[in-house]
Design a protein around this ligand. Structure first.
Ligand SMILES: Nc1ncnc2c1ncn2[C@@H]1O[C@H](COP(=O)(O)OP(=O)(O)OP(=O)(O)O)[C@@H](O)[C@H]1O
Length: 359
């Protein structure tokens, strides 16, 4: 029997609000949980943590945390989990070292603890051990809170908008640490976020919630190319994984391989063979009947039209395309669609500016 992964079936009612979530999530990697304000993301996380008691069952990589049918409900302190909130809840009278030791002491006996030195280095806080929380920047505080959570050897990490309280510069500072953690940790991370950019950079899997229920759940690359999901809260655009094939030092331009396509992106420094995530926004994709090299757009790929859907407002449509195996979305006006004869099965060319691709 395969017991890996996170199986969630939780239901609760708070007055008029009802949460009903059935999910099967990967047993490692980042699952982003997104959806409009009030759709139930925090309510779901609190149920998973055991902070509130919802009805249902919950299994984390083979460990049963809740099973109402068998009368099992592990209280929050018996669940090996780390919880990181918007504001780092560090103990103000203790320095960073003591705050982190507090997490270390919480690890269950017999749990495989991460190496603290490596963890501190990974989060870039090894030089801050003697400082009090008040003497840290918001980004540093959040990195200490993450280290403290991880040193308690959790079997799952819950992060509820961990970067939301930081300004843009601090967010950009913390994101690379989260990216590195994501590669290193073999545990499921549930990551609530409203930021499409954060989700594109960190998530392997995406859960979209709407009014207390799961509107969709799947690998991020597949979810980003679907037209049947509420896209309004995120700017529509595909997320694809790419490998660096070439980097031109003179033009500061990388050539990236995505399936059969070579995509060019400006970048200050990349190494051949490096893996990257790209996000290509639907509004930045232009459709044409022929390949046109007389424009400044660097990327031209042959596409086949798969389907279209309304794109918010009545002037535009969203077109889903297959670019030699790479998914692509294009947001075009209805008048352009009619003028060009965009319809399922039609072969066309898509252009997008290299700056439309975020590495
Ligand atoms: N303990 C509670 N008692 C009553 N209502 C609650 C309680 N907790 C949450 N709610 C309601 O449940 C709904 C979902 O709230 P929740 O905080 O889970 O949403 P969210 O998706 O995390 O929102 P946001 O993105 O704004 O943080 C809201 O309507 C909220 O007011």
């Amino acid at each position: 029997m395969n017991t890996g992964g996170v199986e969630i079936s939780l239901a609760v009612a708070h007055g008029d609000f009802r949460l009903q979530a059935e999910l099967n999530l990967p047993g490692r990697g980042v699952t982003a949980i997104a959806g409009p304000s009030g759709c139930g993301k925090t309510t779901l996380l609190r149920g998973i943590a055991g902070l509130d008691r919802h009805a249902g069952h919950l299994r984390v990589n083979g460990e049963i945390w809740q099973d109402d049918a068998r009368g099992i409900f592990l209280p929050v302190h018996k669940r090996a989990l780390g919880y990181v909130f918007q504001e780092a809840s560090l103990l103000p009278h203790l320095d960073v070292r003591a705050n982190i030791e507090y997490g270390w002491k919480r690890a269950a006996s017999g749990a495989t603890r991460p190496d603290p030195k490596r963890m501190l280095r990974l989060l870039g806080i090894d030089h801050l051990l003697g400082r009090r929380p008040a003497d840290l920047s918001g980004g540093e505080r959040q990195r200490v809170a993450i280290a403290r959570a991880l040193l308690a050897a959790p079997r799952m990490l819950l992060m509820d908008e961990p970067l939301a309280a930081l300004d843009q510069a601090r967010k950009q500072e913390v994101l690379p640490y989260l990216e590195r953690l994501h590669e290193e940790l073999a545990l499921p991370i549930l990551y609530v976020s409203h930021s499409p950019d954060e989700i594109a950079r960190l998530a392997d899997h995406l859960v979209l919630m709407e009014q207390g229920r799961v509107a969709g759940s799947g690998p991020i690359t597949e979810m980003s190319a679907r037209l049947d999901l509420p896209q309004a809260q995120a700017e529509a655009g595909v997320i694809v994984d790419a490998v660096v094939e070439d980097w031109d030092a003179d033009y500061q331009l990388a050539t990236l391989r995505v399936g059969a396509n070579a995509i060019r992106v400006p970048h200050p420094r990349l190494s051949v063979g490096q893996r990257l995530r790209l996000r290509i926004l639907a509004r930045d994709v232009i459709l044409a009947l022929d390949r046109r090299d007389d424009t400044s757009a660097l990327n031209h790929v042959p596409v086949r039209v798969l389907e279209e859907a309304p794109a918010g407002g009545s002037a535009h449509v969203m077109v889903r395309l297959d670019a030699q195996g790479m998914p692509l979305l294009a947001r075009v006006t209805r008048i352009s669609r009619d003028r060009l004869g965009v319809a399922p099965g039609v072969g066309m060319w898509a252009q997008f500016k290299a700056t439309a691709v975020f590495a």
